[in-house]
Design a protein around this ligand. Sequence first.
Ligand SMILES: Nc1nc2c(ncn2[C@@H]2O[C@H](COP(=O)(O)OP(=O)(O)O)[C@@H](O)[C@H]2O)c(=O)[nH]1
Ligand SMILES: Nc1ncnc2c1ncn2[C@@H]1O[C@H](COP(=O)(O)OP(=O)(O)O)[C@@H](O)[C@H]1O
Length: 392
Amino acid sequence: MGEAPAFLLENLQEDDTNVFHLKSEGTQTATVIGSKTYVIGWANDKVATSGVRIFDKCTNEWVIPTVLGTKPKPFRGHLAMLYCEDRILVVKESSTFDECIWFLEQQKNFETQVVAWSRGVIGDAEKPIVISGPSGVGKGTLINKLMDEFPAMFGFSVSHTTRAPRDGERNGVHYNFTERSVMEQDIKDGKFLEFAAVHGNLYGTSIEAVDVVADAGKRCILDIDVQGARSVRDSCLEAIFIFVSPPSFEELEKRLRARGTETEEQIQKRLRNAKNELEKGREPGLFDHMLVNDDFDSCYMSLKKLLGLDGAINETPCSLEMGYLPLVDSASKSDEKILIKCKTGESEKASQKMITLDLSSIKGGAPARTRGLNMYYAEDLTPNGSTDEKLS
Ligand SMILES: Nc1nc2c(ncn2[C@@H]2O[C@H](COP(=O)(O)OP(=O)(O)O)[C@@H](O)[C@H]2O)c(=O)[nH]1
Ligand SMILES: Nc1ncnc2c1ncn2[C@@H]1O[C@H](COP(=O)(O)OP(=O)(O)O)[C@@H](O)[C@H]1O
């Protein structure tokens, strides 16, 4: 809560969903959603270091919200507009394509004001992979092999857990080992994409764990239980869901014992839970693929096949779009398309002056990524039609 910056109270206007809000002062913009005005920008802003603050007309107060998701680095020069009733589309100028489109969304179900950023991703970047299955089935072994063979392609989502580390497990690498009270507070603060109580301990995937992998340009792998998989299914994170089962219950028990990482009591608990997990894994619509880990090499080949890697000789990292959005003059919205008029220099082609941002196929959203964006040069802008030239 705080005092209103001078410019805003006079400048706040009613919303118009078809036109960009260019009611900016310096590098700040104001966008209205219902009774709230979202001010985005860092200019001369000592208060909101996250770059977001909200003016609530009902209480007549300023609020600095909790901000989730990967935040954009502070930028100067952007446009902001209301998109789809509750998302603010932010177009950052003088920026590469993979960095220029952001969405800010209000997060509901919190007692306090919480917003989340989501980076716009051009095209259909590879979806994260969720791998579930009972303890001891071989999930970790399969994931390690995949990451060893394709280190630049895949990254592991490092979960948080309240269980004690096993010999050889490193904090921040295998898990983020944490206190229950700390993790419970972080869950309340909305920092987790999903969490579940498993074998008597708390496990969870933080938004940051998934973002770090995506920021490195890699495809994220999550090793989580069935409850977690269901939560991710219901979340904004679009993923591929794979369930791994053992060839038999006896073989599962044999593997768990042979691994030698659990006490007898823990093994019994894991075996009891395994029955339940195997049952839940068959729930219709939850998993996209089922693998049986009998012979390890065949199972690994099947995993590679369903990920489209069976013929891969060299690894190819996920590509990032490296186009560049120059200074922006103005923008307008028509249906699902945003027409951006750029300030181009003499050396640039006239066709590069207009860029179409097509949002008709977007998927996902804050606090994960918003995928499926398209950007085109609008080459011919005559009233009779336009020929679009793809940017990338
Ligand atoms: N929901 C959820 N489950 C997790 C997470 N991390 C690990 N798990 C699951 O917790 C269970 C126990 O994991 P762990 O203690 O490492 O034992 P292991 O499966 O026997 O190797 C496994 O089913 C994991 O898939 C997480 O972040 N969220
Ligand atoms: N196909 C397989 N055949 C025999 N042993 C396996 C196979 N896959 C994995 N294992 C072994 O089973 C044990 C449990 O595997 P792990 O990857 O730790 O399971 P999870 O991560 O699902 O708990 C490990 O000792 C591993 O080497």
